[in-house]
Design a protein around this ligand. Sequence first.
Ligand SMILES: [Mg+2]
Length: 222
Amino acid sequence: MRSGILFDIDGTLLYARGIGRTAFGNAFLAAYGVPYPDIAGLCFVGATDSNVVRNMAAACGIPSTTAREEHFFLRLAHDIDAALAQNKPHLYPGIPELVARLGQRGHALGIITGNVRATAWSKLRHAGLDHAFTFGAYGDEHHDRTAIASLALARAPADATVNMLIGDTPLDVQAAKANGLIAVAVATGWISADELAAAGADLVLPDFSNTDDSVTRLEALL
Ligand SMILES: [Mg+2]
């Protein structure tokens, strides 16, 4: 049986250069009919897109219906894709090499993200990572990251068992632990290595710049 490894996207694989914030504002106006008053104050770290838009609607006193959320996510994905085509995501050090090496060594790589499906694959495609991942679960499937991780587990290829989750926030560590997975945290996002260790990660790395060392340390835990 092969090992399966789940990766978070934002803060772990790449940084989309803040384009999501502007896109959230435009999509909210389009789908909910009012401008959101505090785009700069939105917090995306470890969040799911579903949760963020529901909180935005609640703050404006507007019911967040399924139809509005669908409209919002379609517009969001469209705008993010267009923006990323102009301004490619920033890949963290060693990421292309790490995912290529893990794939060559037979591990099945999957995605666990709070991004909605279309946005997740848009970011991966514009970062050149879309062929490295073969399964995943997304922010339009559930508002809770732990539940999204459970969905991803169930979608691993038939010859693989997921046993590790790699992310950049305490919520990723929590999602890993709640699903019985080894929790690996990387401090390339917005949370310090100390905070990630305190959250209970089994391994915390500053980044994945050293491919040989990173693969050795990950495989030692599998
Ligand atoms: Mg993240």
